[in-house]
Design a protein around this ligand. Structure first.
Ligand SMILES: [Zn+2]
Length: 443
């Protein structure tokens, strides 16, 4: 099975000569100032050279050239927190109880495609998809962002991963994750160690823990502890022992955040009840915050949520928005994640960029780095993607707006003119990539 941690397969042979994109303004995802008159040389699936056009080495030959007319090119964006198995506002998360796994699988295809076509070339699914989806995307059988999967989410009985319904059915296992995926509930430290190894064997790219209760889960509250600290430490130890997999902790209330931060997780997802003491500890440990602001700005629909989930949502979304700017100014590193699939519809991922500026107070460049270079680092794929520098995958977005003065526009499909993934065209809405110069992603 191809691993997403490897450099994408060099398939330069099938796309003819190298292609030089020029006449572009380059934002490379490292946080460096934009390069006004830049060029980008793509060879097969990777970037061979990127920088000021005037400095292009002559020995790189006369490749096929494509003038982008001064438009801006950013790295393909990375959403570090998505749930492709969930329908967003189009349906109920437990709808899958009434559906065959084959039908649930086919519904995922549109969600992957619309996410990619709106500028997300890498997505981390933090509960739902198994490694088969990743393989199908990597082999270009279906269009979608490069996938990283946690397969499921782990908590204790009655914690955030416990969707056991009144009739005794495991709602998460039947309606959300796919057959043969490891189960979500653990009862002891030994259980946790075994489950993390089950997930490694199932091909997980990261481990998702629920260290606090949640808004949507039926048995708990966000301010409750979802996993005992010794279980979190055991999960982190196993993940580190098995290839250094990142550990992402769903953590909303303070006890769950504290246990996850002390336990050494890689990222705190949501992190609404962070206080200055824990923020300072996250900075010292280099832990990331994935604030999922888009989720917190959705109008909660009392008809679609249980009364307890509605009341929890209203309260915690307000806390989230008040807290995130303090986390940013305390210097906590941020990575972009949206929780798409929960209340947020698929394909709206880049609307998070504007919120990182408006609510968290990041600069537009910081928001871009949180969704490119830093997101790749969090996911452990920064050697593969996230920045437009030589040797990385040719994953990029062409836009007609200046993201540094109008970042919110990246959240609108009309301004994502084209998306290229691994040197192949995923979408070219405005015909800016010429005809047949670059191959199509899924011909
Ligand atoms: Zn989530």
């Amino acid at each position: 099975m191809p691993s997403p941690h490897e450099t994408p397969a060099g398939d330069s042979g099938d796309s003819g000569r190298p292609v030089l994109l020029h006449g572009l303004r380059l934002i490379d995802g490292t946080g460096s100032a934009p390069v006004p008159d830049a060029a980008l040389l793509i060879e097969g699936s990777v970037i061979r050279w990127a920088g000021p056009a005037a400095q292009l080495p002559v020995d790189l030959g006369p490749p096929t050239r494509l003038d982008l007319g001064g438009r801006t090119v950013c790295p393909g964006f990375i959403d570090t927190h998505v749930h492709f198995a969930l329908p967003g506002p189009a349906g109920n998360p437990l709808q899958g109880l009434l559906e065959l796994p084959s039908y649930r699988t086919l519904k995922v295809l549109d969600r992957l495609r619309v996410t990619l076509e709106n500028g997300v070339t890498t997505a981390r699914d933090l509960m739902g998809l198994d490694a088969g989806f990743r393989q199908a995307v990597a082999e270009r059988r279906i269009p979608g962002p490069r996938l990283l999967v946690s397969v499921t989410m782990i908590s204790q009985r009655a914690g955030h991963a416990d969707f056991t319904l009144a009739g005794g059915i495991d709602g998460l296992a039947v309606a959300v994750t796919f057959p043969e995926s490891p189960r979500s509930l653990v009862g002891s430290v030994d259980d946790m160690r075994a489950r993390v190894r089950d997930l490694v064997a199932a091909g997980a790219d990261c481990v998702k823990l629920a260290s606090s209760g949640g808004v949507t889960s039926p048995h708990d509250r966000p301010e409750w502890l979802g996993l005992r600290p010794e279980m979190i430490r055991a999960a982190v130890e196993e993940a580190q022992a098995y290839g250094g997999l990142p550990v992402a902790a769903h953590a909303i209330g303070r006890p769950g955040i504290e246990a996850a931060v002390h336990g050494g997780v890689t990222s705190i997802e949501h992190g609404y009840a962070l206080d200055d003491e824990l923020r300072a500890e996250m900075v010292a440990r280099g832990q990331y915050l994935v604030p999922t602001l888009l989720e917190t700005t959705q109008d909660l629909d009392p008809a679609r949520t249980s009364p307890s989930a509605y009341e929890k949502g209203v309260r915690w979304h307000r806390i989230a928005q008040e807290s995130v700017a303090r986390s940013a100014s305390a210097g906590v590193r941020m990575a972009m994640g949206t929780d798409s699939g929960l209340a947020v519809g698929h394909g709206r991922n880049l609307q998070e960029l504007g919120l990182l500026v408006d609510i968290a107070g990041l600069t537009p460049m910081e928001a871009i780095v949180a969704a490119t270079g830093d997101a790749a680092r969090l996911c452990g794929v920064d050697e593969v993607t996230g920045t437009l520098v030589a040797g990385r995958a040719a994953d990029l977005v062409v836009t007609d707006v200046d993201p540094l003065s109008d970042i919110a526009s990246l959240g609108e499909s009309a301004h994502i003119l084209a998306v290229v993934k691994e040197g192949r065209i995923a979408v070219d809405r405005a015909g800016v990539l010429g005809d047949g110069v670059l191959p199509a992603l899924c011909p």
